[in-house]
Design a protein around this ligand. Sequence first.
Ligand SMILES: NC(=O)c1ccc[n+]([C@@H]2O[C@H](COP(=O)([O-])OP(=O)(O)OC[C@H]3O[C@@H](n4cnc5c(N)ncnc54)[C@H](OP(=O)(O)O)[C@@H]3O)[C@@H](O)[C@H]2O)c1
Length: 285
Amino acid sequence: MSARMERHHFGPARRAVPAIGQGTWYIETAQRTAAVAALRRGLDLGMTHIDTAEMYGNGAAEQIVGEAIAGRRDEVFLVSKVLPQHASRSGTISACEKSLARLKTEYLDCYLLHWPGAHPLEQTISAFEQLKRAGKIRAWGLSNFDVDGLEEALTIAGRGGIACNQVLYHLQERAIEHAVLPWCEAHGVAAVGYSPFGHGDFPGPRSAGGRVLQEIAKAHAATPRQVALRFLVRQRSLFTIPKASSAEHAAENAGAGDLQLSDAEIARIDAAFPRGRAPRSLPML
Ligand SMILES: NC(=O)c1ccc[n+]([C@@H]2O[C@H](COP(=O)([O-])OP(=O)(O)OC[C@H]3O[C@@H](n4cnc5c(N)ncnc54)[C@H](OP(=O)(O)O)[C@@H]3O)[C@@H](O)[C@H]2O)c1
């Protein structure tokens, strides 16, 4: 476990979880040994929060994660997600059991509803609570929920129920800062930002914003991606989960774990990537 990886309290259980973790969407498209090695290198360097989902590669990403965490389950904060179309009371339980089998583990640290769907939220939350009582999950959370959806979940579950809301958050998409992030902070819910590199659309070195990242990176002997990751976890309620399918990329991302940016540098990044107006609806991928 890297002593250099910053940890933040994750939701109401206040468990210390690395601010920078690892995503796995499309990881199954990489060469399997490289993908497993990337995740293991990330674990070695303290990125022990691993995010996956039944959706990713129709379960193939979970199988890769299962291989990567074999023999080191206790190190990992393992998160998976149920698809909205499976999120009835019985469907959620069955989806979780299938995820556990693919991941070759007895429990998830957190289980999320991937995005709001047609099944009543009461049913999904009731299944989450049943899974918790059975020891199959330690906590549950939501993903792609706007403030109205979060309020609905809070009314059903009460304070202390929702561990996190996983939402789109990168330098060029800061919509959550208007309402969702303040709501999460006010209610002790972890805000996990996904697609921190814009899902493959990271600001290039010739763009104005990219140049700002390069200059700040140079001052810290760091890289622009490391600077971006640091900015995205600059508050204690924030977490980020970059996906890497090579050990080199994983190591670079983990290198952001102890980078410290000054207030002036944060202000420069803030100005270079303005958060824009509040959106009508929460953006998601
Ligand atoms: N809840 C949701 O609805 C939702 C939606 C989207 C994503 N997510 C989660 O968030 C995770 C991250 O988001 P994402 O996968 O969409 O995109 P991302 O993390 O923003 O970007 C991934 C891309 O960045 C590249 N990359 C990573 N580290 C790099 C490095 N150090 N140098 C150069 N390139 C690097 C990866 O390449 P390589 O693969 O070649 O390393 C990949 O092409 C997902 O994997 C998933 O777990 C959740």
